[in-house]
Each structure stands twice: as structure tokens, then as C-alpha cells.
Write a protein that binds this ligand. Structure first.
Ligand code: ASP
Length: 323
């Protein structure tokens, strides 16, 4: 029995819950699909890089890694890579993960002093028998792979942190500037889907805190037969609902990417006692047909999409209209 027939035979449908598993998706009847890249937030330089890779016959895995690296190297971005806002003690700590079309994945958590967390995550996937490396072990591995150590705390982020320390009031910031975590999904010319996700996490988090972004299934999930999804926003809420996996599973049941993202957002909002008015979560999704979608709790989230028609930033639909 292969994996697909196992899912069909033992999935929730066979328990009588009535979900229409795999009603729309079958790798065998897939029509031609054009390459595409989507990313969380307004990151046209990053999607531009990724598009260049896939339009020159590169793989979706290379595309998402190189695309994410653009923002990791951008000192002015305060939520990813160098320039990321620190934790309460002033440490910049990075979380990232990557997943390929074969379901392989790699992840780093609490990585310090190495800006390209996405590339370290890829090497965890490719060069180790593990999925996730944390903290000192992740850094030691990165150094052994030739990465250079550098101070990731820029003057601007240091000054913002010093200012924050005057009040030390911790509240999740709903949208940092024009972007937070960078999550990227791509389909290449071989119709293979990959995804990546990279972040410095929540600004002024407790020391040691790890968010959703490096957690496979929460911050990112890819199933090459169905599609992919990636999350941004308050990671604790994404983790409690295993958000990206949920979006992909909803697409497996026949939901469009838009409907799947919306339903996953509603899952957070409808939780008893949900404080959703005070935090942001956004999802973007891509299915095997190349259809895309997004949804957020609050106004201000957007998706960047690069396909054969161009590189566009698209405002996301959102739930909380009074924000
Ligand atoms: N999801 C990230 C985290 O919780 C942060 C973000 O997207 O702003 O670490």
C-alpha cells in the first residue's frame, strides 16, 4: 500500500466524518502548471530573486532559499536575519526551516551570530540525519559548514531595544513595518513545490523563546501532491493549531488556498477566550494547480506573488474589520 492509498483507506473519511479526502487533487491528472513564487509580506526583491532561479530552470528549493536570503541579508529589515530585533536580553536569535518536494525538511532554532539561518536549515536537511538543530549546536554546525560569524544586532535595533527597556512592556506587535517573518513557496518548471521560512521571531521575546517558524507543520508545510502553506504573526497561536499543516490538509479536502487560509484563521479566532483582536496571524498558500490564497486576522498583511504576469504585492483579506 502506498502513502496515498493509506491516507484514503485510513483517513478521517473512513471514520465516517465525511471529509472528501483528495477530491480535487491527483498527481496523475495534473495539467500544465506555470512556475510561481509567493511570499509573506511586501518582499518584491526576495520574490524577484526566487523567480530568477526558477525561470532559469533552477529548483524551487534553490529559489526559496535564495529568495529568503535576500531579506536575511537586508540590515534594514527588523524581523529577519541581520538587523532583527533582539529578545529582552538583547540577543538576536533566529529560527528558520525549509522543506522540499520530497517531504524532506531541515530546521534551526535559537541560532545566533549567523545571518543565513535558511541556508543552515537546508544543510541540516541535506547533511545531517536530523531535522532540527538548536542553539549552540546549530551554530557549531553552521561554523563547521563554513558560515561566518557576525554580530546581527544593528545600531538601529540596539537603540530600539534600549528604548523598549525604558518601559519593558511586552505586547505582541501586530505588524512590524512592512513585514515580519518571511515565508516563501515556489513551484518550479518540474512542478515541484518547496517552501522556506525565516525570522528573528517576536521582538523582545523571553530569552529562549522559539516560535512557529522553524516548526514543521506550524510555520511551514509542503506536500508536493497537494500544495504548501506558510505562516506569519504570533507564533504561539499558529503552533496551538498546527496552522500550516492544517491549511494543506484543508486543501487536500478540496478547499481553495483562500478558503483554506480563511478556515485556519477562523480556527484561531473561534477558540474559547481567543484574544485575537490583539494579535496578528497571516497565512499564504499555494496548491498544486498554481492557485494561491491568503488570509489574516488583522488588516495590514499582504502577499507578494511573482508569476508570468509580473511581481505584485497583494493585500490580504482579513477577519477583524474594526482593527
Ligand atoms: N511567526 C514569528 C514568530 O512567532 C513572528 C512573526 O511572523 O512576526 O516567531
Amino acid at each position: 500500500m502506498n502513502r496515498r492509498s493509506f491516507i484514503k483507506n485510513t483517513g478521517v473519511a473512513s471514520l465516517g466524518i465525511g471529509l472528501n479526502i483528495d477530491k480535487t487533487f491527483s498527481s496523475s491528472n495534473q495539467k500544465d502548471v506555470d512556475p510561481i513564487v509567493i511570499a509573506t509580506w511586501d518582499v518584491k526583491n526576495a520574490t524577484n530573486k526566487a523567480w530568477k532561479v526558477i525561470s532559469e530552470n533552477g529548483s524551487s528549493l534553490d529559489a526559496v532559499e535564495l529568495g529568503c536570503m535576500v531579506e536575511e541579508a537586508n540590515k534594514n529589515g527588523q524581523s529577519v536575519g541581520i538587523g532583527g530585533l533582539p529578545d529582552r536580553e538583547g540577543n538576536v536569535t533566529l529560527d528558520a526551516c525549509i522543506m522540499d518536494h520530497q517531504g524532506n525538511c531541515g530546521s534551526v532554532v535559537y541560532l545566533q551570530d549567523i545571518k543565513h539561518a535558511i541556508s543552515v536549515a537546508r544543510l541540516v536537511m541535506e547533511k545531517t540525519p536530523h531535522v532540527m538543530l538548536a542553539g549552540d549546536g546549530a551554530k557549531k554546525f553552521a561554523l563547521s559548514m563554513g558560515f561566518q560569524q557576525e554580530n546581527l544586532l544593528t545600531e538601529k535595533s540596539k537603540n530600539d531595544w534600549i528604548k523598549w527597556k525604558e518601559s519593558e512592556q511586552y505586547k505582541p506587535i501586530i505588524n512590524i513595518e512592512n513585514h515580519d517573518t518571511i515565508g516563501m513557496l515556489a513551484i518550479d518548471k518540474n512542478k515541484n513545490i518547496s517552501g522556506g521560512c525565516t525570522t528573528s521571531g517576536l521582538a523582545y521575546k523571553m530569552q529562549g523563546r522559539v516560535g512557529d517558524s522553524p516548526i514543521i507543520g506550524s510555520g511551514l508545510f509542503i506536500d508536493n501532491e497537494i500544495g504548501g502553506a506558510v505562516a506569519t504573526g504570533l507564533g504561539e497561536e499558529v503552533m496551538k493549531t498546527i496552522g500550516s499543516f492544517l491549511v494543506v490538509e484543508l486543501m487536500r479536502q478540496g478547499y481553495s488556498p483562500d478558503e483554506a487560509c480563511k478556515t485556519a484563521i477562523e480556527r484561531i479566532i473561534k477558540k474559547p477566550g481567543s484574544d485575537y483582536k490583539n494579535f496578528q496571524v497571516g497565512y499564504i498558500a499555494l496548491n498544486k494547480k498554481g492557485e494561491t490564497g491568503s488570509h489574516a486576522i488583522q488588516r495590514g498583511f499582504s502577499m507578494t506573488k511573482y508569476d508570468k504576469t509580473g511581481n505584485f504585492n497583494i493585500d490580504s483579506p482579513y477577519f477583524h474589520k474594526q482593527g
